[in-house]
Write a protein that binds this ligand. Structure first.
Ligand code: GDP
Ligand code: IMO
Ligand code: MG
Length: 398
């Protein structure tokens, strides 16, 4: 069994929590794309709360393998801190495998991310993600395996530092990496071994970011630097994995961090209320998340390009107590009614058209079920269950 869980909006749908819950049914959880731009908050109980940036999310009551595959760009310091933090929080550390083919996010990548974003205002997480992926494509990147061989590494470092100094005027700084590498050494595994290892296991692939932030199918250029949608699994593993189930996670409303179009965005007091109620502040950067109503046209688009065949809705509890809930069912674009996206760039000019559904006081109410049924009917994909609180076990599967 090989399944994938991805976000269907602009990230922060609660994927981490959903992956943590479902991982109890698998042997391994694999991260296949992104890097430490991800922030997945997992609340196990009142005492244990973890924010993962690089480690896969997992269920703590079961032994499980956590794999960081070649498609992930790894910030060694962040990973070191994450493992240390985990050791302090839980008794037995899961087995961790880090691909030797993963590219390393270098301090220069973070500096360059800042520089680029000050002009090309995407509103990135400044975690060096774009520049690290760009160096990978430019064949300049340093991979984890490169740290094994001092001499070869020196040559690569000289080459990359010359380029950074000449082209970008940025001084290359490489000192601390060895310390973190030595710490992480016991976990480093060849990508081939990872491929062999997962072949006959029950594996859950954990998406980061989301379909609308996917490098190709998202709201380009306001996207991240990797194929974080379902299509990224194959290249991120380096093997054409046959996926059985593709599960999409979406929030009962919508959020976005960073810049880019957002047709159903709220402003002013209404936005403040929803943001505070939903605790919508970035897990990675602490930035207030932009908030708005559920956009079913975008959800349908995300489903169609990701091939998702079932869904989980999260955070319906945040909307408890609203009398009516606006849901976007179409747009007016250049005077025309549109309810299907053919070119995602068009949403920059879209004016949302809403229908107003009855609210609920509690997710056990009939009107909550009707909200779910309305969404299923509109997008044509089954909602398998819903999450109704931040804790891992606060999830109801139908
Ligand atoms: P991710 O990046 O998709 O994993 O999502 P984040 O962890 O960045 O953001 C989701 C936030 O909502 C986290 O703080 C979760 O603990 C919390 N959360 C997840 N599901 C629910 C839910 O159903 N209800 C509530 N109230 N909070 C939730
Ligand atoms: P999780 O996995 C929400 C957004 C950034 C920015 C754009 C590009 O927690 O859902 P990047 O640093 O990747 O070059 O930034 O993508 N972004 C996210 N937004 N959740 C995330 O991850 C994100 N990762 C990147 O805010 O708009
Ligand atoms: Mg997040």
């Amino acid at each position: 069994m090989k399944d994938v869980i991805v976000g269907l909006q602009w990230g922060d749908e609660g994927k981490g929590k959903v992956v943590a819950f479902f991982s109890q049914f698998y042997d391994a959880v694999v991260r296949y794309s992104g890097g430490s731009n991800a922030g997945h908050t997992i609340e196990y109980n009142d005492e244990i709360k973890i924010v993962n940036h690089l480690l896969p999310s997992f269920y703590i009551k079961k032994s499980i393998e956590l794999i960081i595959s070649a498609g992930v760009v790894v910030d060694l310091e962040i990973l070191y801190n994450e493992i240390e933090n985990l050791k302090n929080k839980i008794e037995i550390l899961p087995e961790i495998k880090i691909s030797n083919l993963s590219h390393i996010v270098l301090p220069v990548h973070k500096k360059l991310d800042e520089k680029y974003d000050s002009v090309n205002k995407i509103g990135t997480t400044k975690r060096g993600i774009g520049p690290a992926f760009a160096d990978r494509v430019n064949r300049l990147g340093i991979r984890i395996k490169d740290l094994e061989n001092e001499k070869k590494l020196q040559k690569k470092v000289e080459r990359i530092s010359a380029i950074y100094e000449k082209i970008f005027g940025i001084t290359f700084d490489f000192n601390d990496l060895k310390k973190f590498y030595n710490y992480l050494k016991p976990y480093i595994t060849s990508q081939l071994e990872i491929i062999e290892d997962i072949k006959n296991k029950k594996v859950l692939f954990e998406g980061t970011q989301a379909v609308l932030l996917d490098l190709d199918m998202g709201t380009y250029p306001y996207v991240t630097g990797s194929n974080c949608s379902t299509s990224g699994v194959h290249s991120g593993i380096g093997f054409p994995v046959k996926l059985d189930n593709l599960l999409g996670v979406f929030k009962a409303y919508l959020t976005r961090v960073g810049n880019g179009p957002f047709p159903t965005e709220l402003t002013g007091e209404e936005a403040e209320l929803l943001r505070n109620k939903g605790k919508e502040f970035g897990a990675t950067t602490g930035r207030p998340r932009r908030v708005g109503w559920l956009d079913l046209v975008l959800l349908k688009y995300a489903i169609s390009v990701s091939g998702v065949n079932e869904m989980i809705m999260t955070k319906g509890d945040i909307l408890n107590g609203l009398e009516k809930i606006p849901v976007c069912i179409g747009y007016k674009i250049n005077g025309k009614f549109v309810d299907k996206i053919l070119d995602i760039e068009e949403i920059e000019e879209a004016e949302p058209i809403y229908t107003y559904l009855d609210g609920w006081h509690d997710v056990k109410d009939y009107t909550f079920k009707k909200y779910i049924a309305f969404i299923e009917d509109f997008v044509g994909v089954k909602i398998k269950g819903f999450s109704f609180g931040p804790k891992v076990d606060q999830i109801k599967i139908f």
